[in-house]
Ligand binder design. Structure first.
Ligand code: HEM
Length: 160
């Protein structure tokens, strides 16, 4: 009979072997678990649609801001200039947030040369961006991260 032909010690060895094989397999599975990657700022902001919505609200705030709206009067009066500024801002924010966009506009020095923008005007524009992000529910930490990146552009914009 089959049962009689396998000695007890062999059955024991087979049992231990299969148990230890199972525990090895479990360890291997644990090692292959891929850690969840930290989402980029672009992803945390909500991707291109959320960035476009923030930009639209930002521009609306700028147009309504008496401290700086005169600076943008000629741009707003021209639909093509407005469209281009909007697209450049979207690309710039998307790229700054490590998203899949490429900023194709002028350098910040070129774009603001001769405008003699003051610190008060710079802060007003940043305030308009903060209001846009807050009203669209962007988390404080994500706002701070984006402002930290854009804030680095200040020397190329103020006093040029
Ligand atoms: C972090 C701050 C700022 C950023 C990221 C920024 C970004 C830009 C960008 C991407 C452009 C378009 C460049 C191009 O046409 O190729 C631009 C243009 C311009 N910016 Fe700024 N800017 C900032 C601050 C300011 C401030 C404070 C003012 C004035 C109050 C200002 C006034 C203008 C004007 C008048 C233009 C030209 C718009 C046009 O082409 O009709 N910017 N800026």
């Amino acid at each position: 009979m089959f049962k009689k032909s396998i000695p007890a010690f062999l059955l024991g060895a087979l049992l231990i072997g299969s148990l230890s094989f199972q525990s090895c397999k479990k360890d291997d599975d644990d090692e292959t678990v891929t850690p969840t990657p930290t989402p980029t700022l672009y992803e945390r902001l909500g991707g291109i649609n959320a960035i476009s919505a923030v930009t639209d609200q930002f521009l609306a705030n700028v147009v309504a801001d008496p401290v700086i709206n005169a600076r943008f009067a000629a741009t707003i009066a021209d639909a093509n200039r407005t469209r281009l500024l909007r697209l450049n801002l979207i690309d710039q924010i998307c790229a700054a947030a490590a998203g899949p966009c490429q900023y194709k506009g002028k350098t910040m020095i070129e774009a603001h040369q001769g405008l003699n923008i003051t610190e008060v005007e710079f802060n007003a524009l940043v305030g308009d961006l903060v209001d846009a992000m807050t009203s669209l529910g962007v988390a404080q930490a994500d706002q701070n991260e984006l402002l930290g990146i854009l804030g680095g552009l200040k020397p190329d914009i103020v006093g040029q």
